[in-house]
Design a protein around this ligand. Structure first.
Ligand SMILES: Nc1nc2c(ncn2[C@@H]2O[C@H](COP(=O)(O)OP(=O)(O)OP(=O)(O)O)[C@@H](O)[C@H]2O)c(=O)[nH]1
Ligand SMILES: [Mg+2]
Length: 259
């Protein structure tokens, strides 16, 4: 378990180890009822280990994992919160600065699935911009399934959430689930920076004022102006030369740029 990062600035306070390189560092908070397997999923993802007698989390624990997603090296800083009722009031204080959140439920325990709405409300209230992934854990316990996958899918669709069923015990889909979340965060960041770029281009400051023309240039301009006036006096209102009767060209008919 890594040391406790600064709560006020959780993302930037995470100091990379020597020679450690990554393109992004995302804070991800993991929530869900007690016993659904939050710690087990994180232990599996980070250390490839599973404990049948995993102890209940007290307060919060930290771990991190580097993932290569969409050609980007992304380090996720995982905040594993305690699901027990007595820690409910403190959990939101850990959400701050999270770019991603994982709501976990136990596929063998319907109540934990119903509780997703509670966690969703809590996240929406305290970190509304975080991308949310729902993990239905303990998929290895096939015979004990209490939440049909169709029901979970329908709910996720309604709420516009990404849903993955996984098992911290048999490893299935654990890394896939977190990769998926990172991919969604990356896609959102790309969209945001693109939107910002478009905005800043549209609102870019005016180009610097043209340099004050030199006296010789002013004189040249005056002469050109006078020449132009003379020329125009020989044309009628349509720009047809009174002398040669040349027809004006229609815009675009010459194949040039039409604005
Ligand atoms: N069969 C099976 N058991 C699991 C799985 N994941 C976790 N468990 C077991 O479920 C129990 C609870 O797991 P934890 O990881 O401690 O659950 P938690 O969500 O972190 O619980 P809190 O820390 O109290 O919030 C442990 O006994 C685990 O061994 C899984 O995928 N399959
Ligand atoms: Mg735990």
């Amino acid at each position: 378990m890594s040391s406790i990062p600064d709560l006020k600035s959780p993302v930037s306070s995470f100091v990379p180890l020597e020679n450690e390189r990554y393109d992004y560092l995302f804070k991800v908070v993991v929530v869900g009822d007690s016993g659904v397997g939050k710690t087990s999923l994180i232990q599996q993802l980070c250390f490839e280990r599973f404990a049948n007698d995993q102890k209940s989390t007290i307060g919060v624990e930290f771990n991190s994992k580097s993932l290569l997603v969409d050609s980007k090296q992304v380090k996720i800083q995982l905040w594993d919160t305690a699901g027990q009722e007595r820690f409910r009031s403190v959990a939101p204080s850990y959400y701050r600065g999270s770019l991603g959140a994982v709501i976990t439920y136990d596929t063998t325990y319907a109540k934990s699935f119903e509780q997703i709405q509670f966690w969703l409300n809590s996240l929406n209230q305290h970190c509304p911009t975080a991308k949310i992934l729902v993990i239905g854990n303990k998929s290895d316990l096939v015979d004990l399934r209490a939440v049909p996958i169709e029901v979970a899918r329908e709910f996720a669709e309604q709420e516009d959430l990404v849903l993955v069923e996984a098992s911290a015990k048999d490893l299935s889909s654990v890394e896939f689930a977190f990769n998926k979340l990172v991919s969604v965060i990356l896609a959102d960041r790309n969209a945001t920076s693109l939107a910002q770029e478009t905005y800043s281009n549209a609102h870019s400051p005016p180009p610097p004022a043209a340099e004050k023309p030199s006296l010789s240039n002013v004189i040249k301009l005056k002469i050109d102006e006078r020449k132009a006036k003379k020329r125009n006096s020989k044309l009628d209102q349509w720009g047809i030369s009174k002398k040669v009767g040349r027809q004006p060209q229609k815009m675009g008919s010459h194949g040039g740029n039409c604005c």
